[in-house]
Write a protein that binds this ligand. Structure first.
Ligand code: MSP
Length: 519
């Protein structure tokens, strides 16, 4: 773990097209993790960005009669950044691999590895999949086609520069043995260990047949292999190799190593084999954790633009809203497993968990406080069962969220929400209200419910920032307890925070009834 900052990254995405919900899945997970840790009171740095070099992007730009730089500039500004903004992604930085800050640091790093004797000249002969941007082994192919893309590979024969990757196999195996948390989930770690044990070749880290990339510093006829360039983004973005007393050097000291690299399982080996070996070669600490999540599937296959199965996030957010989008994928699919997206399943969860369990509870408590207490939070009360359950739920949620078990974390919060609904149903405050003699009892029930809803707003804030903010304001809590973002996970279960007499107001419906599914 880095000394001062909890550093979270997403992969940097290829800009051969606009983002689909597979990309958004990773980025939202990173955002929720970031926001959760911020509410734990930690200093967090969250990085995302775009991977702009290599043949894949070059070919797409050329096919669209564009220069690669103009193509990337346009897509990054018109598609990628706006989609993250629309999804409420709170990244601290956005790195593009065509930026000078990245290119200069990559060149310097590569020169350093060459000077240290880890890079040599060689010849690469073999299959290469442009879709994966990967040198393939015969075992990676099926009938000569890339198994991931189902397309033929190019046969390369190039004089390239090689990185002595194979030298790092013993150190990597030792690393994963000593630090099992460094590659998660366990199935991913097993895969990486098996791969390392099966024998790893040295890696070609340059290409000579096209020029869209960062020039090899000592051989400008070649460009740096796109993955060698891209992996370095995590470190270049925070000042890799800068003088210790410069701004970059200080940032690097405070941030590196990264605590969590979130990746899809398709790019696990790059992150858990090549990347730590590059860092070891430079004498730098390796990342705390690489977490490989599963794929969103369409028709049983990985959703992808190249197979024309990519769904744009707007298709879903236009119908369900941004917060439901952020909630659904993390709630429905265990992080680490594949999951199929189904409109019907999302509709069902929206209605039962968000609109009924959470949204209705929120609107009912505000309406009842307005009706039975003139809109003022009643005297502080404490239901022992609810207060205790809240404390254990927060603990469960925190352990799960920190372990990137989003399903378990959100599940713990939503189980508490269900119990609060049960409490209201059992107490029947509307029946109590019929007899003025019950006013004190009634107010206790309303206070307990409001307090539970306060806690739910705070706990769900990292997942659904917009709706919980609306709820926070309708509880009057922004004026009495301060900004919702500033509410700490460690304090959520301190019962009795909503101050007596503060005003509640009816806010917008949090999860409106869904329109018919669009045709
Ligand atoms: N540019 C490389 C990554 C370099 S990181 C140093 C790359 N880019 S990508 O655009 O193809 O994005 C890959 C990532 O997008 C996956 O690892 C995953 O995080 C996400 N996903 C893309 N399709 C996905 C699904 N169908 N399902 C889940 N996540 C998916 O690889």
């Amino acid at each position: 773990m880095s000394a001062e900052t909890f550093y979270v990254t997403t992969p940097i995405y290829y800009v051969n097209d606009a983002p689909h919900i597979g990309h958004a899945y990773t980025t939202v997970a990173g955002d929720v993790l970031t926001r959760w840790h911020r509410q734990r009171g930690e200093q967090v740095w969250f990085l995302t960005g775009t991977d702009e070099h290599g043949e894949k992007v070059l070919n797409t730009a050329t096919a669209n009669n564009s220069t690669p730089q103009a193509w990337c500039d346009n897509l990054v500004e018109q598609k990628w950044k706006p989609v993250w903004k629309a999804l409420n992604i709170a990244n601290d930085d956005f790195i593009r691999t065509t930026e000078p800050r990245h290119m200069e640091r990559v060149q310097r790093f590569m020169q350093q590895l060459k000077d240290a004797g880890f890079i040599y000249a060689g010849k690469f002969e073999g299959p290469y999949c442009v879709g994966c941007e990967e040198f393939k082994l015969p075992g990676d192919l099926e009938d000569g086609n890339c198994k991931v893309h189902g397309k033929p590979c190019a046969m390369l024969s190039e004089d390239n520069w090689f990185f002595k990757l194979s030298e790092f196999v013993p150190a990597l195996l030792e690393h994963y043995k000593k630090n099992p948390e460094a590659c998660q989930p366990e199935s991913a770690r097993n895969e990486v260990v098996a791969f390392l044990e099966s024998g790893v070749r040295d890696l070609s880290i340059s290409r000579s047949s096209f020029d869209w990339g960062i020039p090899v510093p000592w051989d400008t006829e070649q460009v740096i292999y796109v993955w060698f360039d891209a992996l370095l983004n995590y470190a270049t973005a925070v000042g890799l190799g800068d003088e210790a007393d410069s701004a970059g050097g200080k940032k690097f000291a405070a941030t590196w190593p990264a605590d969590v690299h979130l990746v899809g399982k398709d790019i696990l080996r790059f992150h858990a084999v090549i990347w730590p070996a590059m860092l070891m070669a430079a004498g730098l600490p390796v990342p705390g954790k690489v977490f490989a999540h599963g794929w969103l599937l369409v028709g049983g296959e990985k959703m992808s633009k190249s197979k024309l199965t990519g769904i744009a996030p707007e298709t879903i957010t236009d119908h369900f809203g941004v917060d439901a989008f952020r909630y659904y994928f993390l709630r429905a699919i265990p992080f680490g497993s594949d999951g199929s997206f189904s409109w019907e399943d999302m509709g069902a969860r929206y209605t039962s968990e968000l609109a009924n369990d959470f949204g209705n509870l929120a609107s009912r408590i505000i309406a009842m406080i307005e009706k039975y207490c003139d809109g003022a939070i009643p005297a502080v009360a404490r239901d022992e069962e609810l207060a205790t359950l809240l404390a254990t739920s927060v603990e469960r949620a925190d352990v799960a969220m920190c372990a990137l078990d989003f399903q378990g974390g959100i599940g713990a919060i939503m189980d508490f929400c269900k119990r609060v609904n049960g409490y209201v149903t059992e107490k029947e405050p509307w029946a109590m209200a019929k007899d003025p003699a019950n006013q004190i009892e009634l107010e206790k029930v309303l206070y307990n419910t409001a307090e539970a809803v306060r806690a739910l707003a705070v706990l769900l804030h990292p997942v659904m920032p917009t709706t919980t903010q609306i709820l926070w304001e309708s509880l009057g809590a922004d004026e009495t307890l301060g900004d919702i973002k500033g509410q700490k996970i460690a304090d959520v279960a301190n019962w009795g925070q909503l101050p007596t007499g503060s005003r509640v107001t009816k806010g917008a419906v949090l999860f409106p009834r869904l329109e018919e599914k669009p045709a």
